[in-house]
Design a protein around this ligand. Sequence first.
Ligand SMILES: [Cu+2]
Length: 227
Amino acid sequence: MSPNGQDIYDTYIGISIPAIIIFIGVELALLWVVIRYRRSKQPAGYVPPQIHGNFRLEVVWTAIPLVVVLAIALYSFNELQKDFQPISNYDFEVVVSGHQFGWNYTYPQAGGFTIHQEGTLAGNVTPFVVPVNTLIRLRLQGTDVIHSWWVPAISGKTDAVPGYDNFTWLKIDRVGMWRGECAELCGVGHSTMQIIVQSMTQSDFDAWVQQQVATQHAARSTSTSAS
Ligand SMILES: [Cu+2]
């Protein structure tokens, strides 16, 4: 888990629980009135007390929902401001580029190689590898249409827009694998744009980087000698 993903989850729970309590309260009050004051329990021709135009009642039932809605707005705007800051104190940056249909991850500060996470319905896409406990800034770009990079455990949906850089970040606290997918309908292969993020210890990550640099270097020299 990354703290921004955790914050978004906590915000969701923090709004959902009061909302469920309010929903149950309103439904119980409604059921109570319907059953307690049903017509068959009243004398024939009974007319209930008329409260139309009751100023105090109308103020109260306008003010309470207004306070609830404003509380949700303030709470969530405050959280989202915190989680979507373009941070500058990161350890390194990865450029995440979305295309139809897959993601490319370029590591400019770690050898400049690129990982191609081509979309597939099978679900076992090439993982995007990061070290644990490292603050990584993600620079999101799009090469054709708008995509949206979303791994729920790690960060909120962040759009990858052609011609415009968007930022998010991650700092994963344990070794593991997390799944996500493109969250912006981007064409016929949208559903294949799956994401796997794999976190490793720093030493495993360093070994992985060495291997990537060697592989991509070998591929480059093979293609130059062939031409
Ligand atoms: Cu997409």
